[in-house]
Design a protein around this ligand. Structure first.
Ligand code: EPZ
Length: 420
């Protein structure tokens, strides 16, 4: 079904909005259930399309899944009946590749598609393949993906030539049941990885170094049952803070961890935002004129690439010139064409850099959501703009944000979903 959002922008927002569980933690924790035949209970799972696809993939592999009340899943991978990750669904999700390591550990073989995900750049797979090889797996190229085989997974020392979130997670999940001690160097430090490691350790894994570039994993024979509460989604939290500022509305964003957003909050304050930062909330205290600041995306704890597009929208409302430097993905700035059509003044210097001149008045229009994060950025722009906007391809927003229109209506936004 082709669904759209119809937005009447320019309204002041008010009240509180609560942050849901982290998409990029939940996807990994759910995939990791393949490591054990014991039951796991995972709560605070956001009800979003990428989670539904992950559940479908796990069920196809034979995982028994019971969904209790909203956001609580019980999973048990006792009878894995297939070692092939469904190609049709798997290629729509980057995180599907995380099921390969656990399948290799449990079944000695895994077949997986070229994992797709957002179209934000080339998104190569070399690190995964080199990593699986380092663990002793044999790799065969198939028509649509790969088949990896290993009688025994041998612990290894693996140095990532560059920092990659999913590749770090994939190697952790491959090492948990390997024989011996694996050392990962130049690993990613994102809070989602720390949360995954903490839960695996709770279930009996032996992993040290979470949140640092060197992670050591002493292989164990099995993982036991466990309960995991998914941490708040820092990207959703940051997007809502930006929304409040862009819509010049003093809203309060609750159920978040400000420690996961330190660079964003620092730069917002540098831009002149008046924020009250609590233990688990951020309040936009008063609306002040903003001045332009530059950003340069970086691996955690740097400025997250997933907040680059919302921040760019905000800079259209700030006085002066901002340089937005997207260092991680080369296809993540094309949404700025839509911003210009709304009335923004942005110039793309090259595929990695955009200059924004603000402030500019934005006026609503028709747009198409290109990916999850640019999608929410266009939604923020539409809410900040005067007049009516239509955003098409909202599947790309539903992939990452639970019931977004109802939650935005809760703070006074005029947004409706149209089903055609
Ligand atoms: C994860 O993607 C997230 N996805 C992305 O969020 C996020 O934007 C990204 O990390 C960066 O923070 C999930 O967690 C599911 P990378 P990932 O591997 O792991 C290069 C969202 O909207 N690279 O850390 O795919 C790559 O091209 C999504 O929630 C290789 O060269 O990103 C990039 O330049 C979008 N070879 C850099 O590494 C490889 O084999 C970092 O990407 C793998 C990656």
């Amino acid at each position: 079904m082709n669904e759209k959002f119809l937005i009447e922008g320019g309204k002041k927002l008010k009240g509180e909005i609560s942050v849901k569980g982290s998409k990029n933690t939940a996807l990994k924790v759910l995939s990791a259930c393949l490591l054990t035949d014991e039951p796991w209970t995972v709560s605070n799972v956001p009800q979003i399309e990428d989670i539904f696809r992950t559940i479908e993939l796990l069920e196809k592999l034979g995982v028994k899944i019971t969904k209790h009340e909203s956001g609580i899943y019980e999973l048990q991978a006792k009878n894995i009946k297939s070692n092939q990750i469904d190609f049709q669904i798997g290629q729509r999700l980057k995180s599907s590749i995380l099921m390969a390591g656990p399948l290799l550990a449990r079944k000695g073989v895994a077949e997986f598609p070229h994992p797709g995900g957002c179209v934000i750049g080339q998104r190569p797979r070399d690190l995964f393949l080199d990593g699986f090889k380092a663990f002793g797996a044999e790799i065969k190229i198939k028509k649509q993906g790969w088949k990896i085989t290993a009688k025994k997974i041998k612990a290894c020392k693996f140095i990532f030539p560059l920092v990659s979130v999913t590749a770090t997670e994939a190697m952790i999940l491959t090492a948990v049941l390997a024989r011996g001690k694996t050392i990962l160097k130049n690993a990613a430090c994102e809070p989602e990885i720390v949360a995954l490691i903490n839960f695996l350790n709770f279930c009996g894994a032996k992993i040290v170094g979470a949140g640092s570039p060197t992670i050591e994993i002493e292989g164990v024979k099995y993982l036991k049952k466990g309960k995991c509460q998914i941490i708040p989604d820092r990207i959703e939290a940051g997007s809502f803070v930006i929304l409040g500022l862009a819509a010049k509305s003093p809203i309060k964003i609750i159920n978040l961890n400000p420690e996961h957003l330190e660079v964003l909050l620092l730069l917002l304050e540098k831009a002149g935002a008046d924020l009250k930062i609590g233990k688990d909330h951020v309040l936009i205290n008063s609306i002040q004129p903003l001045k332009a600041v530059d950003i340069r995306t970086h691996e955690y704890p740097g400025f997250p690439t997933d907040l680059q597009a919302p921040f760019t929208v905000l800079m259209t409302q700030a006085k002066g010139l901002s340089l937005i430097h997207e260092t991680i993905f080369e296809g993540r700035l094309f949404y700025t064409d839509f911003l210009n059509q709304l009335g923004a003044k942005t110039i793309m210097a090259d595929p990695h850099r955009v200059i924004v001149q603000g402030p500019t008045k934005l006026c609503g229009r028709r747009m198409i959501s290109p990916d999850i994060r640019a999608g929410i950025a266009l939604l923020i722009a539409a809410l900040a703009a005067k007049g009516q906007s239509i955003i098409e391809n909202v599947y790309q927003i539903d992939r990452g944000y639970e019931n977004i229109e109802e939650r935005l209506q809760g703070i006074g936004a005029n947004i409706r979903r149209i089903k055609e």
